[in-house]
Design a protein around this ligand. Sequence first.
Ligand SMILES: [Zn+2]
Ligand SMILES: [Zn+2]
Length: 181
Amino acid sequence: MALRASHNAPVSTLSISVARLAEGEHHYTFTAGTSDIGLGAEFQGPITVDVDLSRQGRQFYLDAAFSTNARFVCDRCLDEFSHVIDGTYSMLYVPEGTLADGDGNEEGQEIQEIPADAQLIHLDDDVRQFVLLSVPGKLLCRDECRGLCPVCGKNRNHFDCACTETIRDTRWDALKKLNKK
Ligand SMILES: [Zn+2]
Ligand SMILES: [Zn+2]
């Protein structure tokens, strides 16, 4: 068997080598497939991540800005639509043993511990989580989406149906039946 220096397989798609990083500010631009960082099929890569990393001794301060595209199903009309998902986050990396409980969030600042002799800072998990946090709670193809007609079921963004919009409140049906008796 040939003897070769073995390199560990990369555990992260987005990672920054910090072993011999000089003090001060550094800039990185990453492009990766969204599935490579564990995002679901609704995210249609690539994702771009712009990173400013500044080193002060054993501490690293990171500013990241990400942008990608997703296809969602509208909550109101059930049409698919494309949506840009973008956002920013910052992270302070400190050597292991600095924080009482291993990781923290002090005064709104996200903090993570990394090994004192860390070779790499891995971004996959954080980017994935901040992307997911940027997904709107209500998924609408447009703010003024007119939704589906409750009578005929047509998409009112595309069709003008002639249905009269009296939406029956079925909660009273039982009572009406009783009254007829
Ligand atoms: Zn819609
Ligand atoms: Zn209708």
